[in-house]
Design a protein around this ligand. Structure first.
Ligand code: KG4
Ligand code: ZN
Length: 345
């Protein structure tokens, strides 16, 4: 795949192909990350500075603090990525950064760093959509090509996306209230687990009985989801124990069973309706053991299943560089701005 882009400064055409190195920068939430990826699939350097420890104290991400932390970390992660890759700034073909959706003050740090590098080295700047980037994590170290059905599950989003080609993606279903990751974090908090509760809840669930409690599956039409009713049901269940010998592992397992079977059902319907034979899992919650297991079981029904390895599921910059190569090739203007939310339906 050859793409020609113009640089920011002198408007010089730059060809981007399988041998090009793209630097990706991610700073949309609580991870400051920089990566260098060759041809969209081969990771040459991947550096992530996580702020989880800092936000743990507050039980969630505080945007102002996060933005300040990104400022502290950004130059460090960029230098480290260049060092890991053994290349210099002038060897990079294009500089990419997440421009949204995310926390505006945080996004500005990464985007301005990438724009500055693009100006300094006279190379193109590519603004990347964070959700596309999560999907693009599946191109790393694979031969994946569209068409495919994607299940994107993160702290902020739950979507089923029909990816017909690199330039044709349609969100066919999404949550009408809480995102899956958000539901995990809220339920984790209800049962007293520290932030971010998702991975901790997953761990406990693996030791519990998934059929101990029958929790309600929301009846939402089409490919849409709803998780707020489930969250309320868990709250009621927790309260019913009144702090006495609460079977935490069984509650976690029953919640996880309810969420994962709902997701599987809708993904399967989307595969049947489109006739697509490939399914990809993406986003931070793609690290979840039971969701992975259920989606990977689709292999037994003849589907090809992709999911990024753990470190490319949660926020990272390799997926940003990969998305800059495959999906986000329309943004390349110095005036492009960051955005906090997507509303594409
Ligand atoms: O994609 P991501 O890194 O950030 C967003 O863009 O939202 O996703 C973070 C979310 C958090 O809600 C976290 O609790 C959840 O992913 N998460 C998990 C697991 N690992 C991360 N949720 C359930 N099970 C996991 N193993
Ligand atoms: Zn994310």
């Amino acid at each position: 795949m050859n793409k020609v882009k113009n640089t920011l400064f002198s408007n010089k055409p730059v060809t981007i192909d399988e041998n090009s190195l793209i630097m990706g920068i991610e700073s949309s939430c609580d991870e400051t990350a920089c990566a260098i990826v060759k041809g969209g699939r081969e990771v040459i350097a991947n550096v992530v500075a996580s702020q989880i420890k800092i936000h743990e104290e507050y039980g969630g991400v505080i945007p102002e603090i996060a933005a300040r932390e990104h400022l502290e970390a950004i130059n460090v992660v960029i230098d480290e990525a260049l060092k890991q890759a053994g290349v210099k700034g002038e060897d990079i073909s294009a500089f990419a950064a997440t421009v949204g959706p995310g926390l505006v003050g945080c996004l500005l740090v990464g985007m301005n760093a990438a724009k500055t590098l693009a100006l300094v080295y006279d190379k193109p700047f590519i603004g990347v959509n964070h959700l596309n980037a999560h999907l693009a994590a599946n191109f790393i170290d694979t031969e994946l090509r569209p068409p495919f059905i994607a299940l994107l599950v993160s702290g902020g989003h739950t979507q089923i996306i029909k990816v017909s080609s690199y330039s044709d993606m349609e969100i066919i279903g999404e949550t009408i209230d809480d995102a899956v990751g958000e539901a995990y974090d809220k339920v984790a908090r209800l049962i007293g687990l520290p932030y971010p509760g998702g991975p901790k809840l997953d761990k406990l669930a693996q030791e519990g009985n998934p059929h101990a409690f029958k929790l309600p599956e929301a009846k939402v039409g089409g490919y849409d989801f709803s998780f707020s009713g489930l969250k309320t049901a868990v709250l009621r269940l927790v309260k019913s124990f009144d702090g006495q010998d609460m079977p935490v592992k069984d509650i976690c397992a029953s919640f996880q069973e309810c969420v994962s079977s709902t997701l599987l059902k809708k993904v399967k319907n989307a595969l049947i309706e489109t006739g697509y034979k490939q399914v990809v899992l993406a986003g931070g919650v793609a690290a979840n053991s039971e969701i992975r297991k259920k989606i990977f079981n689709l292999q037994n029904e003849g589907y090809e299943v992709y999911a990024p390895i753990m470190k490319y599921c949660t926020d990272n910059a390799s997926m940003v560089a990969s998305s800059a190569f495959f999906f986000d090739n329309t943004f390349d203007d110095i005036n492009i701005e960051v955005f906090s939310r997507v509303s594409n339906r």
